[in-house]
Design a protein around this ligand. Sequence first.
Ligand code: HEM
Length: 520
Amino acid sequence: MEFFDLVGIPISFPLLLLLFLSSILFSRIAEKIKLRLPPGPPRWPIVGNLLQLGPLPHRDMARFSSAYGPLVYLRLGAVHAVTTDDPGVIREILLRQDDVFASRPRTLAAVRLAYGCGDVALAPLGPHWKRMRRTCMEHLLTTKRLDSFSGHRASEVRHLVRDVASVEGAVDLREVLGGFSMNNVTRMLLGKRFFGPELAGPAEAAEFMRLTHELFSLLGMIYLGDYLPLWRWFDPFGCEKKMREVEKKIDEFHQNIIDEHRAAGNGESREDMDFVDVLLSLPGEDGNEHMDDVDIKALMQDMIAAATDTSSVTNEWAMTEMIKNPRVLEKVQEELDRVVGRDRLLQEADLGRLTYLRCVVRETFRMHPAGPFIIPHESTRATKVMGYDIPARTRVFINTHALGRNTGVWGDADIDEFQPERHLLSAEDEGEQQRVEISHGPDFKILPFSAGKRKCPGGPLGVVMVLMALATLCHCFDWSPPEGVRREEIETEEVYGMTMPKAKPLMAVARPRLAPHLYQ
Ligand code: HEM
């Protein structure tokens, strides 16, 4: 006996299909009559525009922006979405309507892998996010605390120089730059280095790195289950299973670190506290003596995820462009020789005077922003942008990759060329030649750390880590492609994810250019 016979409705499959399709049609007509949505590509029933997004969705969305204008509407399955690569629209969303757009979507990866969206970066707007962000700003990322780690950063610079100098043949720059960022972060966060000699233990380091990469890849993925609820019933590629496995392992890892810190008796206020010590010493909510372990783990995870890949991916792209463009590398080296000289290593105090290198970093962010989109925002209520209706809970994809290649912003002659001088000129125009700022300016032409309520709270530290690594590598070494590879053959294809690394790791040959004692 059939189900419909049971309920007494004589119904056939074609009739069911007809009813289903007409309900979609009616709902779309009703939506159109009610709302004046921004223009966008035609969409399919049920899946909307999902099938028009390939492995590099930022490039697909850039094409939509060129075809349909500065604000594009997309329907991703059941979800309203907009995308933009236009400075005016971005300013409207991130500054003028910051209150409306400062939330985050509750994606499955964020729920599973960020403690139920209980961290800072993926938490929806609300009192929990506010409290966690305040903890970050007032206790972890303060100028005073970050200054207290400058000794660690100087020691990591010396390790970096020795690690590169010890390689015979081509250096895997992804590996050394990844180790530099990770060690800086783990020293600050956990009080130990993971890579290089005198490390935390090779097995622990390898496991930590593997887990971190899995976390990034799952968080960056466009998971169809977030857009098509039916997909979750089948989960054909086992994504949710993978998320649960990674969630469990990462949680164990964080818990071990907390337990180790507790067992060591840390938690008392001291000058040389690492971030975990600081978090263990803070009072909890509602009069609790200590902060909840889940909140501590969520914050630890954010610091690792937000700080490591962003800076190492940026550094690898900057080195790629400098090795492809020897003219730029020479100008950076001339500046370093002038500011630092050739008989000592660079110090943090030198960074403010490296005007040309700062332009190199800005240009790197223009062409290769750390992530292709800033972390997706979500509207908390219905609003209007450029006269168009934006429904509540619309997902916002700000396409920083396309912003840097927007010919309306940068002119169309040379957007694919790496030209740091373009930032020098604009700084001169504004009479600020002394110091080139790496964050966004009032023109919103680049957006490395975003803007408004959700802007990156670690921007100043990120800039220091990027400049220190690049300045050191360029000051201490001359760089060329591996034997048999011409500069123009170094590929610049990217991979999509939460961050946007080069598809293949950068390999290059380093030749010391300073006095031998500086490499010991
Ligand atoms: C080159 C290095 C870095 C880059 C390019 C970068 C970029 C970004 C961007 C684009 C966002 C998204 C902002 C938005 O959604 O509007 C973000 C958020 C965030 N970043 Fe960074 N970041 C870097 C380094 C760091 C560091 C060193 C830390 C901390 C140690 C950090 C902590 C965070 C946190 C906690 C958020 C989430 C903020 C929120 O949602 O309220 N970042 N970052």
